[in-house]
Structures are given as structure tokens and as C-alpha cells.
Design a binder for this molecule. Structure first.
Ligand code: HEC
Length: 127
């Protein structure tokens, strides 16, 4: 019983730490610049979403996706944020289309996706 409580306490504090430590400009925008912006540069390309650092946040948060009825990022709701589904590869189940992102590339690691998810859950701040 005691051990169980300790475990729960450790889980809560480590997810808190993870969430608190995520910054869009420091942790996420540079990743999108390196892994995504070569295909998503001007917003004229397929997907119609520019993801270079100056515009990535404003093209994601509370912006309707082209391929589904979801928002690209719905603050506080990663399950209904199409960006997360495209990164997890679950977008087809939700009525989306196309490939898992990055298109034809290595999927982002569990850790990186957990970071992005935590940023969404924390309100998708422009921080
Ligand atoms: C090699 C080119 C390429 C790379 C790299 C790439 N994408 Fe895409 N992306 C596409 C194409 C092409 C589409 C449209 C067809 C599809 O969805 O498969 C698309 C569509 C999307 C959409 C759907 C937009 C909407 O509103 O419905 C999102 C979101 C997206 N990409 C995010 C990303 C993210 C985030 C990354 C980096 C982790 C990334 N892409 C990397 C080519 C790419």
C-alpha cells in the first residue's frame, strides 16, 4: 500500500516536471524546423501548413486541419489534436488522410511525442 502510494506520487511529480519543463520555442519549434520545415516551408506545399519557427505556433494552435474535422492543435486536448494523430500514425482511424508524419521519414521517438503531447495538454502555450 505504502509502495503503491509512493509510486503514484513519483508518477505525478515526474509528469509535472516534464510538463513544466517544455517550452515551444526552445523544445518544439527547433525540432519542427529540422524535421518538418523542409517540406512545410511556405504553406503552399501539400498539407498547407508552414512550420518554420516564426509561424509554426500560429499555424497550429486553434487552426482547423485540412484533412479532418479536428483542430491541428486543440489546447488541453491532445486526443483531438490532429497534429498528434499524424505524428502517432492514428490519423486514418479518426477520418484523416495521407501518411504518418514525417512523410516517408523515421517516426518521432516516444519521448519526443510525449513532450509534444505534454505541451498540448498544458495549454499549447506560445512559450
Ligand atoms: C518529406 C516531406 C514532409 C515532411 C518531412 C513532413 N511532412 Fe507533413 N505533410 C507532407 C505532405 C505531402 C502532406 C499532405 C499529404 C499527407 O498528409 O500525407 C503533409 C501533411 C501534414 C499535416 C496535415 C495538415 C492538415 O491541416 O491536415 C500535418 C499536421 C503535417 N504534415 C505535419 C508535419 C510535421 C509536424 C512534420 C515533422 C515532424 C512533417 N509534417 C514532416 C509532407 C511532409
Amino acid at each position: 500500500m505504502k509502495l503503491g502510494l509512493l509510486f503514484v506520487a513519483a508518477m505525478v511529480s515526474s509528469s509535472q516536471l516534464l510538463a513544466d519543463s517544455i517550452s515551444f520555442s526552445r523544445d518544439i519549434a527547433p525540432l519542427f524546423r529540422n524535421v518538418c520545415a523542409n517540406c512545410h516551408l511556405t504553406g503552399e506545399e501539400a498539407g498547407e501548413i508552414a512550420l518554420h519557427p516564426q509561424v509554426a505556433w500560429s499555424n497550429l494552435v486553434n487552426i482547423p486541419s485540412k484533412q479532418s474535422t479536428m483542430m491541428r492543435v486543440k489546447p488541453g486536448d491532445s486526443d483531438n489534436s490532429y497534429l498528434m494523430l499524424k505524428l502517432d500514425g492514428t490519423h486514418l482511424d479518426a477520418g484523416g488522410s495521407g501518411m504518418r508524419m514525417p512523410f516517408n521519414g523515421t517516426p518521432l521517438s516516444e519521448e519526443v511525442r510525449a513532450q509534444i503531447r505534454a505541451w498540448v495538454e498544458e495549454g499549447a502555450r506560445e512559450n
